[in-house]
Design a protein around this ligand. Structure first.
Ligand code: AKG
Length: 219
């Protein structure tokens, strides 16, 4: 048996915090089961089409609000017109716990009420280019959970898609929170290490990433 070397919690930049191994295996399994159900509908998981004709290599399904470039709507008019699945309360609670553990700010965590999640599935070839999460009207932190294959996660700066940036590895069970001065950092996933997932998560291959956000929108 290989000994696991503990990876310490790290503040990558002010407000950008990496907590390795934050999700228990059981919680990862529950999330995989929930994501599998959301991937089937009411709005099925899809490769998002970009306005200039490109298609993202990552597959995405949303809950709470549907994201399409570059807005949030309740109904997925670019997929099948259906309303996306509701954002469950247990996910709000998970987001609050993530924020508390990342920042240690009890009030900030209690006030955090994410209302959308983008659930991305990466096969071994999928990548995500450097971008900012800026379609939300709220500047509340983004909570990111990873399950399955390990990836390289690139954390850049708020000004440009290019250097300076820091590459870290996000492995199964890792939590990454970016808020405060890092809320609008460019970030992306240049590489997924195929075949590194622990099948005990329920995900035999690939990588799942869930980002919870606060849209700041009302119906
Ligand atoms: O997959 C990841 O770790 C990041 C996902 C992301 O940046 C996004 O959904 O905007």
């Amino acid at each position: 048996m290989t000994a696991l070397i503990p990876r310490p919690a790290m503040e990558i930049a002010p407000g950008a915090v990496h907590l390795p191994g934050w999700l228990t295996l059981e919680r990862q399994r529950e999330l995989v089961t929930a994501c599998r159900a959301w991937a089937t509908g009411p709005v099925p998981i899809r490769h998002t089409r970009l306005p200039r004709g490109g298609v993202m290599s990552v597959q995405t399904v949303c809950i709470g609000w549907h994201w399409q470039p570059y807005k949030y709507t309740r109904n997925a008019d670019d997929v099948n017109g259906e309303r996306v699945a509701a954002f469950p309360d247990w996910m709000v609670q998970l987001g609050r716990r993530a924020l508390l553990d990342a920042y240690g700010d009890a009030q900030g965590a209690a006030d955090y009420t994410p209302d959308t999640a983008l659930i991305n599935f990466y096969d071994g070839q999928a990548k995500l280019g450097m971008h900012q999460d800026k379609d939300e009207r709220s500047s509340a932190p983004v909570v990111s959970l990873s399950i399955g294959d390990t990836c390289v996660f690139r954390v850049g700066n708020t000004e440009t898609r290019t250097k300076p940036y820091t590459d870290i590895e996000l492995a199964s069970g890792d939590l990454f929170v970016f808020g405060g001065p890092s809320r609008y950092v460019y970030h992306g996933v240049p590489k997924v290490y195929e075949g590194t997932a622990d099948p005990d998560t329920g995900l035999a291959s690939g990588r799942l990433n869930i980002t919870m956000r606060v849209t700041g929108l009302t119906d």
